[in-house]
Every structure is written in C-alpha cells, then in structure tokens.
Design a protein around this ligand. Structure first.
Ligand code: SAM
Length: 291
C-alpha cells in the first residue's frame, strides 16, 4: 500500500477491489464506512475531498480497521457501532449485532402501543445490545421498560446504549433467565407488552452459518435448540402471568417458523388474536398474540 500518495479515492478504489478478491461482499461500502470512521468524515465528504492525501496517522488507523475486516470480523464490530431504527448503537463481540429485520418488531409494537392509554409497561426478553428497548423508549414517551438477558456482556452494553440514546431513566436492565428477573417486581398481569427476538437458529444449522456470524457472535444469542423453537415454548409457558388483560406478546421468528410459533402461542401460551407480519420479501418475521 506504499509508493504514490494514498488519496481518499485511491484507497477506496484499492480497498473495494481487495475486499472483493477476498470474497467480502459490498467491498466498496465497507471501504467507505471504514475510511469515514478512520477520518471522522461522512460518506459524502469522502467524495467531496476525494483527492486529499491521507496523513500517515490516518493511514495507520485505516490499515488497522482493514486488517480486522479481512480477518473476518463483521464490519459493525470493526467500527464498534451500527444503526438500528435510525439510532446509533455501540456493538462489540459477542453481543448480537442488531439486524434490520428486528426493526419490524419494534414498528409493530409502536403501532399497537400508540393506541393504548399510558403509562405503558413493556418487557424486552433477551435484550442483547438493548436495541429493541432503546428504540421503543426513544420513540414513545409513555413507555417504561424492563429488559432482561442472561449475558453479562449484553446487559453492560445495553446499559451503555440506553445512556448513549438518552433513555436510561426509563429502562431497567436485569440479568437472568428469560422472564425470571421479573419475579421480584410487581408485574403480575401488569405488562402491556412483552417483546422478544429470542435465539431461533436450529442447533444443527449452527455449523452452516457464515463464519462471520459463527466465529464472532455468541452461540447463546442464536441457538434455539434442536428445532429452533425452544425459547418460544419457554416464553409461552410464562408470559400469561405477566401480561395485562389487553397486553400482547410479540416475537421475531426465523424463516419458516411462524406457523409453528403461532401454534405454540395458542396452545402452551393460551394466547389468541394471533397476527403474523411479513417483511418486504414476503417472509413471516413477527408473530403477535394477545391475551
Ligand atoms: C437473537 S439475540 C437478540 C438480541 C437483541 N434483542 C436484538 O434483537 O438484537 C437473543 C438474546 O437472548 C439472550 N438470551 C439467550 N438465552 C437467554 C435466556 N435463557 N435468558 C435471557 N436471555 C437469553 C442472548 O444473550 C441474546 O442477547
């Protein structure tokens, strides 16, 4: 990477080709995001200043990001942040990187909660980076949340993200197994909604996951047991005692799981008025069920 001066455009072009050769998808976008991060510039500024040579210290910082990316670390972990529901989130391994499809779960919850009288109490089970809780509280003042996760790293990161987005006074993060941290709180039949994006990958699918996921994101965040449905069954067993009479449970599901999850929520969960929400590709992504 030496010889001629490294201008912004030259390094973008070079990196895009290099990442493509390495089999990393969207090489140019990756290059833009990493260079923007190293230089503290927006994407547009990179192109407005395309002919600027990089200072040696910036080049060193950029090379360090590039090395991490080519080692297979997901871009979001390389940058240490991502966007979810148009809000900034810090991310670091092994806590799951928030996925765009989970924004549907947040939107569906917002749509329903906006029609209810406040104050509203909502639980987020398996909060990870805190994405669902933070996005929901940031968009709806009437909401106060309790969010759980069994992972210590997740609870710490979720708290950071709540502070980063100015909503930490309305979210309580508790470490523990699914809804059990709620036992000590007086939530019996008091929650307007329970939301969860639980682990739902089948155990036998683990080895076939892309290495970027398998090698860096926690198995605990993804493995949903032999049929991928373990956590829906466990949630179904306990949500009834926490939901308010008009409350609802809303869960994200994996491709092809919606029908089975619907049956679990109806059967073991005793829930009704089930609605399945599809994403833009026609894949059923969210199942909502009411008491
Ligand atoms: C698929 S990730 C979802 C993370 C986040 N809600 C999101 O949508 O980006 C599932 C989360 O559930 C947590 N988890 C797994 N088993 C759990 C359990 N028994 N009790 C509580 N949380 C659990 C994992 O640590 C992980 O953060």
């Amino acid at each position: 990477m030496e010889n001629k001066p490294w201008t912004i455009l030259r390094i973008l072009n070079w990196t895009a080709e290099y990442l493509d050769q390495k089999g990393i998808e969207s090489g140019r976008l990756n290059a833009e995001r990493m260079l923007g991060h190293a230089l503290g510039k927006r994407r547009l500024d990179l192109y407005l200043e395309y002919d600027c040579p990089l200072a040696p210290s910036d080049l060193t910082a950029y090379k360090s990001l590039l090395r991490k990316r080519t080692s297979g670390l997901p871009l979001q972990y390389v940058l240490g942040e991502t966007e979810f529901f148009s809000l900034p989130f810090s991310v670091r391994p092994p806590v799951l990187i928030p996925r765009p499809e989970t924004e549907m779960l947040v939107q569906a919850a917002l749509d329903r909660l906006r029609g209810m009288e406040g104050p509203l109490w909502v639980a987020d089970i398996g909060t990870g980076s805190g994405s669902i809780s933070v996005a929901l509280t940031a968009h709806l003042d009437a909401v106060t949340m309790v969010a759980t996760d069994c992972s210590e790293e997740a609870i710490a990161l979720a708290g950071e993200n709540a502070r980063r987005n100015g909503v930490s006074d309305r979210i309580t993060f508790l470490r523990g197994d699914l809804l059990s941290p709620l036992e000590s709180l007086s939530f019996v039949n008091g929650l307007n909604a329970i939301l969860s994006n639980p682990p739902y990958v089948r155990t036998d699918e683990w080895d076939a996951l892309p290495p970027e996921i398998r090698d860096h994101e926690s198995r605990m965040a993804l493995d949903g047991g032999p049929d991928g449905l373990l956590f829906y069954r466990r949630l179904a067993e306990s949500v009834g005692q926490y939901l308010a009479p008009n409350g609802f449970l809303s869960v994200e599901v994996g491709d092809g799981q919606a029908e089975a999850v619907q049956e679990i929520l109806r059967g073991e969960g005793g829930l009704s008025k089930i609605e399945i929400i599809e994403d833009l590709n026609g894949i059923a992504r969210v199942v909502v069920a009411s008491r």
